[in-house]
Design a protein around this ligand. Structure first.
Ligand code: NAD
Ligand code: DAU
Length: 339
């Protein structure tokens, strides 16, 4: 089989990091190039097992730096770009939206331009269900690929803008593309500013768990490994120009998620601290994944099996998240939750 070159942006982050490991281990005939700026969310220690493999390469670069990106594309002939790099945390986008526009919108446009010039085989844009906005608490309604884009936060608005640019490069210039829109991920190497790893790490540190508002908001949780298999499938089998929703029908209220973690760790629900609600807090997300299932995808984790595995991973890898929440993050967490 021919060797292929795959550029993965954001491969030092949570999902991109899991995807890089999955690809390096699965496809010995692919060279995986992990391009990442190593922002606060990027961390290469997670790649200690693959870092010496001959099909793994790391490039430190900013996706919004057109000069650096154009030089890279002139030096390496990539077959696929799988684009994860982004500012990803909704709360940060509420306090500091500018970097979200720079990275998520401008950065995507710079990559699209380089990919177009280079004539790559396909650009896979990893987007989010948050571009659809929110659903009401009616359990019979879902986001489909045809749901109008109505993003609520600066984060989701910047992702929606990037989705539209990807569409535009497909329609205007004929760049082959797919867009995936996944629900909330969880699993190993999840940065502990997001609900599930934050809850686990705070409980293990003997700290209270902040639950926004009344805790009744609903998210649809998917194990990160199932997201990786979905992107692998879309990359190889996705129809040019199409959007694919990714989700496994695992809706839970935030309170249910937090209580499950507390129970599994044998702690008291008195750790729950109801705090001020997030501004513009989306009520409910729920994905209809029928189109992707028809393409041949099937998730392997239920929420119960996935959360048990994830909690065990955090118990076994305290050193990893311990170093993440030390230093700079101490200040961040302090500001947010130790008022
Ligand atoms: P993350 O915050 O954990 O990782 C983002 C990575 O991008 C980091 O390694 C960071 O260093 C890198 N990065 C940021 N700015 C960069 C820049 N200018 N140039 C190069 N690299 C840069 O994010 P994540 O949770 O892994 O999400 C990855 C992608 O998946 C994002 O596009 C996000 O919108 C999407 N997504 C996330 C979820 C989720 O639940 N986390 C669900 C659906 C879709
Ligand atoms: O749906 C996909 C999206 O999921 C991705 O596009 C985003 O990148 C990712 O961060 C995630 O966004 P959410 O805002 O849904 O995830 P977060 O973990 O920040 O919050 C999950 C829910 O938990 C949300 O309703 C807010 C609530 N929450 C969050 C935190 C951090 C709390 O109640 N307490 C908290 O401390």
């Amino acid at each position: 089989m021919n060797r292929k070159k795959i550029l993965v942006t954001g491969g030092a982050g949570f999902i991109g990091g899991n995807f890089v490991q999955y690809m390096v281990n699965k496809y010995y005939n692919y060279d995986i190039y992990n391009l990442d700026l190593l922002t606060y969310a990027g961390d290469l220690t997670k790649h200690h097992i693959i870092q010496n493999k001959s099909n793994y390469h790391f490039i430190k670069a900013d996706i919004a730096d057109s000069e650096a990106i154009n030089i890279l594309f002139s030096q390496e002939k990539f077959d696929f770009v799988v684009h994860f790099a982004a500012e990803s945390h909704v709360d940060r986008s509420i306090t500091d939206p500018e970097v979200f526009v720079r990275t998520n919108v401008l950065g995507t446009q710079v990559l699209l331009d380089a990919a177009k010039q280079a004539g790559i085989s396909k650009f896979i844009h990893v987007s989010t269900d948050e571009v659809y906005g929110e659903l009401e608490f009616d359990p019979t309604t879902y986001f489909s690929e045809d749901t109008p884009l109505q993003p609520s936060s600066p984060y989701s608005a910047s992702k929606a803008a990037s989705d539209l640019l990807v569409h535009a490069y497909n329609k205007t210039y004929g760049l082959p593309i797919n867009i995936t829109r996944c629900s909330n991920n969880y699993g190993p190497y999840h940065f502990p500013e997001k609900l599930i790893p934050l809850t686990i790490s705070r409980i293990l540190n003997g700290q209270k768990v902040p639950v926004y508002g009344d805790g009744k908001n609903i998210r649809d949780w998917l194990h990160v490994n199932d997201h990786c298999t979905a992107i692998d499938l879309v990359m190889h089998e996705g129809v040019n120009g199409e959007v694919y929703n990714v989700g496994g029908h695992n809706e839970r209220t935030n309170l249910e998620v937090v209580k499950t973690i507390i129970k599994t760790l044998g702690k008291s629900e008195e750790l729950i601290d109801f705090v001020e609600d997030r501004l513009g807090h989306d009520k409910r997300y729920a994905i209809d994944p029928t189109k992707l299932v028809n393409l041949g995808w099937k998730p392997t984790y239920t929420f119960d099996t996935g959360i048990a595995q994830t909690i065990q991973w955090y118990l076994d890898n305290q050193e990893w998240w311990g170093q993440i929440i030390s230093g700079e993050y101490q200040n961040y967490f302090h500001k947010q939750y130790f008022r």
